[in-house]
Ligand binder design. Structure first.
Ligand SMILES: [Zn+2]
Length: 97
C-alpha cells in the first residue's frame, strides 16, 4: 500500500510521520541532493521475518505469513521514505475502505 500525494492520512499516520520527521531531521543535512533515506515508520527496525516484523505498526496485532499483512510506504519529503506494516483492519482504516 503506497500512499500517494492525494491520500488524506489518518491522525495516527500524521502523528507517526511527524515523529519520524522530527527524529530524522538532523540526518537530512548528511544527504546529497538526490539521496533518499529509508526508515521504519515506527522508528525501530526489526529483523526481517521475525514475529515483531509481522506485527501491525498501529495496533500491534501479530499477522502470520499470508495475505493479511499490508506494507505501508509513504514519502512525506523527497529525502525520506517511511515503511511499515498494518493488519487488514488498520489498513482499511488508513485507506478508508
Ligand atoms: Zn492493526
Amino acid at each position: 500500500m503506497s500512499l500517494g500525494p492525494d491520500h488524506e492520512p489518518s491522525a495516527w499516520l500524521r502523528g507517526m510521520v511527524a515523529d519520524a520527521l522530527r527524529h530524522a531531521a538532523h540526518l537530512a543535512g548528511l544527504l546529497g541532493p538526490d539521496d533518499v533515506m529509508v526508515a521504519p515508520l515506527t522508528g525501530r527496525s526489526t529483523r526481517s521475518g521475525s514475529r515483531e516484523d509481522r506485527c501491525c505498526d498501529r495496533c500491534g496485532t501479530y499477522v502470520p505469513e499470508g495475505p493479511g499483512f499490508h506494507l505501508l510506504v509513504t514519502q512525506p519529503t523527497p529525502w525520506l521514505l517511511l515503511c511499515g506494516g498494518l493488519c487488514a483492519a488498520c489498513a482499511a482504516l488508513e485507506v478508508g475502505a
